[in-house]
Design a protein around this ligand. Structure first.
Ligand code: 6PG
Length: 226
């Protein structure tokens, strides 16, 4: 059962991006002060791009950032449709994060091998400081899709027959995504109205399966509220 949902509503997607960027920088400052590193899971899709572009201009100690991904599409390493390429173009290629601190999901080797490799990386993470997630029009998040069954013992799932192309992906499990000090959903645009309504009604969507102990923060614009 999802714990408290904090809804943060803004007039525009630009204001959502500004607010989320500010929150991430604050979270990074606190984590770096406390433990000399900041572990963040990046969201895929198109919504986070504005946030990553703003982050690239922010003042923070990039050398302490550790980058993980919530999911990745099974595509060649340099394919423009990859979440890692969007993050690299918008942020990672513009800031001085040590390359050894960027944990890209190696999905160019296919879902089975990529999931096996990423499980080894995730197994040594005690907790993420920040997890960013988007939401699809069917209420999916990362690559956790409605109706897909996964082995709940797994930390990283292989995904086949994804309703959102490409069909093959890998994704962190709901349990691993929930292992976060702070978790932010970024939801903008009128195409998300329906799943937002269903989410608020308590319908059992993949977004509702994400339940960090501190609850979730949902940053949303007026268009997505409907
Ligand atoms: C992906 C994402 C996916 C995305 C949602 C929202 O690989 O596509 O991980 O979960 O976050 O589908 O996508 P948009 O931000 O493009 O609406």
């Amino acid at each position: 059962m999802q714990k408290i949902n904090q809804w943060h509503q803004f007039d525009t997607a630009t204001q959502v991006a500004d607010a989320v960027c500010e929150q991430i920088i604050l979270s990074a400052k606190q984590a770096i002060t406390e433990k000399d590193n900041f572990k963040i899971v990046l969201a895929g899709g198109s919504t986070p791009e504005k946030i990553y572009q703003r982050l690239a201009k922010a003042k923070t100690d990039w050398s302490k950032w550790m980058i993980y991904y919530g999911d990745e599409r099974c595509l060649p390493a340099d394919d423009k449709e990859r979440n890692s390429i969007m993050a690299s173009d918008a942020l990672l290629s513009k800031v001085d994060i040590p390359p050894s601190n960027i944990y890209t999901m190696p999905t160019e080797f296919g879902a089975v091998e990529a999931a096996e490799k990423y499980r080894q990386i995730i197994d040594i993470v005690d907790q993420f400081d920040m997890v960013l997630l988007g939401m699809g029009e069917d209420g999916h998040t990362a690559s956790l899709f409605p109706g897909h069954q996964h082995n709940q013992e797994e930390t990283v799932h292989e995904v086949y027959n994804s309703p959102k192309p490409p069909s093959n992906r890998i994704t962190l499990s709901a349990k691993i995504l929930s292992n976060a000090r702070q978790l932010i959903f970024i939801v903008t645009g009128e195409s998300k109205c329906n799943p937002v309504k269903q989410w608020k009604q308590g319908i059992d969507l993949p977004v509702a399966s994400i339940s960090p102990s501190s609850g979730v923060d949902i940053y949303i614009d007026n268009a997505a509220i409907g």
